[in-house]
Write a protein that binds this ligand. Sequence first.
Ligand code: BTN
Length: 321
Amino acid sequence: MKEQLLKIFNEHEGQYVSGEKISEALGCSRTAIWKHIDALRKSGYELQSAPRKGYRLIKKGDSIQPHDIKSSLTTKRLGQEQTYFESTESTQIIAHKLAQEGVNEGHLVVANEQTSGKGRLARKWYSRAGASISMSVILRPKLSPQETPQLTLLTAVAVVRAIKKQTGLSADIKWPNDVLLNGKKVVGILTEMQADPDFVHSVIIGIGINVNHHATDLDSEILGIATSLAIEKGSDVDRAALISVILLELETLYELYLTDGFSTIRTLWETHSNSIGTYLTAKTAKSSIYGFAKGISDEGCLLLEDQLGEVHQIYSADIEL
Ligand code: BTN
C-alpha cells in the first residue's frame, strides 16, 4: 500500500492529490490512507495536507525499504522481489543463502547497514549506515563458469550509466570493476557464483556505493583514494531512486547480453574504461606486469602487452595507472 501511495505522489510531483482520488486509486478508506500517510511521515517523508486539496509530497525520506525502491522501479524482474535488512553482516552472504533456497532470478537483497561487508580479493568492504548502498542481486543465467566475469563488466557499465542518469556525474571504470569519479573509487562490485564445474546455478552480483558520505565521514587516508556521490555532486543523492535506476540499467544490459552476447557490452565497457589504451601495472600476489592495455578478452581478462610484445591475459589483479 505504501508503495502504491508513493507511486501516486511520484506521478503527481509537487502537486496536491485529493484524499478521494487516492482512496479510489488504492481501493481503501480515507482513514486507511491517513494511517499510511502517518506511517510515511514517521519514516522520514514530509507530506503536507490541506483542506479540500488533499496531500502533497514535499520531501522524500531517505529510507531504502522495498516500498521506497519499488515506488520508482520500472523493471520487469530485477528487484521485483526484495529482502531488506536494517542491518546485516553482508547482503552477499544473505543472497547466497536465498539463491540456494531457490528464490527467483532478479531477487534483490538490500541493507541500510552492513557490519561485515565483503570486498574483492578477500578484502573487507566498509559501508556507512544510512549513507551507502549495499545491495546484492541474484541472477540465474545459462552460462559456463568461465563466462561469468562478463557479468561483472556488464554490471560496471550499468552502474556508470545509472550514476550518469541519476546525478549527471560521469564515472570511469578501472579494470575489472572499480567505478571511479575524478580518479577516486566510489563503487565496488563483487561477483560470486554457485556453480558445478560446467554449469552455473546462480550469480550473485554485489554492489557497494559510497552515496551520501561527506568528507568528514571518510578517514583521511581513505579520502585520497575514495569519494562519494554526494562529495562529487555537492548535494545528497536519493538512494532508493538510484537503486531503481541501477536495476533498470542492469536488466536492460542483461537482456541485451542474453540475446546478443558479449560484444556490445564489451564495446560499452571499453568506452567507459580509463584503463584501455594506456600503460599500466597489473599487480598480483605473485608478480607485477607493466604494459600496454590492449583491451579485454571474451572471458573478461585484461589483455596486457609487455615491453617484449608478449600479450598476457590477466584474470585478477590490482591495477596501477
Ligand atoms: C570491491 O572490493 O571493490 C567490491 C566491494 C563489493 C561490496 C558490496 S556491498 C554489497 C555486497 N555485499 C558485500 O558484502 N559485498 C558487496
